[in-house]
Write a protein that binds this ligand. Structure first.
Ligand code: SF4
Ligand code: MSK
Length: 629
């Protein structure tokens, strides 16, 4: 098979060819070499939870040595994926809370959004009158940190949901308690000899995922905005073509804005810019990748080098002086690829040390100094660039990004007010949904998965949705696919959107696909859906809104899928999770949950069929919705 057919991105195809010529192995080579994957793993019915295993379920051995059947094994494996994902998102949020606790007027981390902090403080019953903003920040940070380990009570963020949804959570008993408690409990319950009942395992999975969506991720986004600013619409460009021939190229990859915000500052430091010129470069060019890329493009317009599947390919351009990473979604393979070029692969987090990398530990207390040291490493490396090995592919697309809820609401108010009203409400959006000018809204999120063709499902599904007047909001690597393929360009509405959506886009001056941030920022999507539902006095499950993860791959995505379903939003997956080993797990997740939380999963690995199902389901949902409005 031609490796290049494993991606629809033309830049990636050029780089796959170059890797071949340079003798460098990429994920695409490993995919072809891997041939058939383990059938037990694919179905989720291999258990290695205890030392008597691995136990694999077959018709001849329908139970593991302890007697666990396929339903128990699949359920436990699924639950542990949810725990892994919830831990990753929430630990990210914990770091932000610690950063807020460190914030000070003359330190590295300041409070950028006083209004948002005061609003959150009031929501959390923190006194604000006559107090120094940093005292308030420290108290709010401490309360945020307590959400991870408080001994009693449930997430204080649940009350942001419509009351109808809160009642569903109460009735089904999935209100998450302290974040760490939910993760610890699920790890305990899936230990050998604890829960074997599949319904309980799925119930616990949903409750744990709620500790991600309606606690960890929500704290992460709110604290990031307070510390680094709420995103507003801004112009950028996306794809490997943003790397520059004449500048020091630094690729920022990973997730947490605590590091990347400081790198942005350091890259503007006059001394480092002068040093870059001394080295023969014209300046310093930052480019983002994966969710760090999303964080810095949303707040600074930093251009996007690429998505999860392009991390090796960026280095293969031969034009990258340093790849700087913190946590999550970083291929260990980057060390080997970087060895083939002059690129420095710099790891910074004690939570993600990678063999073969250069490790410079990032400490919030000395953030800017360390960020400057890291950028200096990159700048000094420019002289080692081998021009003969350089090939920067040309393609890049322009995109408008930065659509936080705070940016979307006033902008949509233009539909009725013909000007941007910063105090706007979601009413215009709700009116467009009610009238049917917009048939519905979809959150298209998540990763790239080598089980499919990189970017194909994202782009196909988003194009189909907007053609059918369904507005798309997106985060994570899905957002990067949209940006790369021109769907975040304001002109995309004329080219691809149906009449209703195109009219709204023109009136409001937005693209048909809105970039809402990183994976943690799916909490922004929850906030937007919750605001619409509250405006209509409905449950979130009543409005024609769906969640879609066409190319998901990470445990975080499994946790996200679960909390989106638990929020009453039907969720569509383009990759089958490892659950087919249990017919009952498939039944509960794709049907049974409807009765409990008003939503469930649908899976189809054919992206054209999946898009058609989503559109038809949104139309069916409209029938119910139109009766209620
Ligand atoms: Fe086998 Fe049971 Fe141990 Fe799993 S927990 S590895 S099924 S004996
Ligand atoms: S980075 S979790 S590959 S979206 Fe958030 Fe992309 Fe998925 Fe990582």
């Amino acid at each position: 098979m031609d490796k290049k057919m494993l991606t629809i991105d033309l830049n990636s195809q050029v780089m796959i060819d170059k890797a071949e010529k340079d003798g460098v192995e990429t994920m695409y080579d490993r995919k072809l070499a891997m041939k058939a994957q383990c059938g037990f793993g694919l179905q989720g019915n291999c258990c290695r939870i205890c030392g008597m295993g691995p136990c694999r379920i077959t018709p001849k051995t329908p139970r593991g040595l302890c007697g666990a059947d396929e339903h128990t094994i699949v359920g436990r494996n699924f639950a542990r994926m949810v725990a892994g994902g919830t831990a990753a998102h929430s630990d990210h949020a914990r770091d932000l809370a610690h950063t807020m606790a460190l914030s000070s007027r003359d330190g590295n981390y300041k409070i950028r959004e006083e209004g948002k902090l005061i609003e959150l403080a009031k929501e959390w019953d923190v006194a604000t009158e006559g107090r120094d903003i940093y005292d308030i920040a420290h108290e709010v940070a401490e309360i945020g940190l307590m959400e991870f380990g408080k001994p009693y009570g449930v997430s204080r963020l649940l009350k942001n949901a419509p009351k109808q949804r809160q009642q569903v959570w109460k009735d089904y008993e999935i209100e998450p308690r302290a974040i760490d408690r939910e993760i610890a409990t699920i790890m305990h319950s899936t230990h050998i000899g604890c829960t074997s009942d599949l319904d309980s395992l799925i119930h616990m999975s949903l409750r744990t995922s709620m500790a991600d969506g309606w606690a960890g991720s929500m704290i992460g986004t709110r604290f990031s905005d307070i510390l680094f600013g709420t995103p507003i619409p801004r112009q950028t460009e996306a794809n490997l073509g943003v790397l520059e021939q004449t500048k020091v190229n630094i690729v920022l990859h990973g997730h947490e804005p605590t590091l990347s915000e400081m790198i942005v500052l350091a890259s503007e430091d006059p001394e480092l810019v002068a040093l870059a010129k001394e080295m023969g470069a014209e300046g310093i060019n930052l480019a983002g990748m994966c969710c760090t890329g999303n964080e810095v493009t949303m707040r600074h317009g930093v251009r996007i080098a690429g998505d999860f599947h392009q991390q090796e390919l960026a280095i293969i351009t031969g034009a990258v002086e340093a790849v700087i990473v913190d946590v999550q979604c970083i291929f260990p393979a980057l060390a080997k690829v970087a060895d083939c070029y002059h690129t420095k692969f710099i790891t910074t987090s004690p939570k993600a040390k990678i063999t073969g990398s250069t490790y410079i530990e990032f400490k919030e207390e000395e953030a800017l100094a360390i960020a400057k040291e890291i950028v200096k490493e990159a700048v000094l490396n420019f002289k080692n660039r081998d021009q003969e090995k350089v090939l920067i592919p040309e393609l890049k697309s322009s995109a408008t990004v930065g659509y936080s809820v705070d940016a979307i609401i006033p902008q949509l108010d233009r539909v009725v007010n013909s000007h941007i009203d910063p105090t706007g409400t979601v009413k215009p959006l709700v009116d467009c949904l009610k009238s049917g000018v917009l048939r519905g809204a979809a959150g298209v999120v998540g990763c790239n998965n080598a089980k499919g063709v990189s970017n194909e499902a994202h782009v196909t599904i988003m194009k189909e949705l907007i053609k059918n007047d369904i507005i798309v909001v997106t985060t994570g690597c899905g957002a990067q696919a949209a940006a790369k393929f021109g769907l975040m360009d304001k002109d995309a509405a004329k080219k691809y959107a149906g009449k209703g959506l195109a009219t709204v886009c023109e009136l409001v001056d937005i693209p048909p696909v809105l970039h809402m941030g990183s994976c943690v920022d799916i909490s922004r999507i929850l906030d937007l859906v919750a605001a619409c539902a509250k405006n209509l006095d409905m449950d979130m499950s009543d409005i024609p809104v769906v969640g879609i993860a066409p190319e998901w791959m990470s445990e975080k995505a499994v946790a996200i899928g679960c909390y989106v379903v638990a929020s009453g939003i039907d969720t569509y997956l383009g990759i089958m999770p490892p659950i087919t080993g249990s017919s009952r797990a498939v039944e509960i997740l794709t049907e049974g949950l409807k009765d409990k939380v008003g939503a469930s999963f649908t899976v189809n690995e054919n992206c054209h069929e999946l898009a058609a199902t989503i559109i038809s389901d949104i139309e069916k949902k409209r029938v119910h919705f139109e009766k209620l409005v």
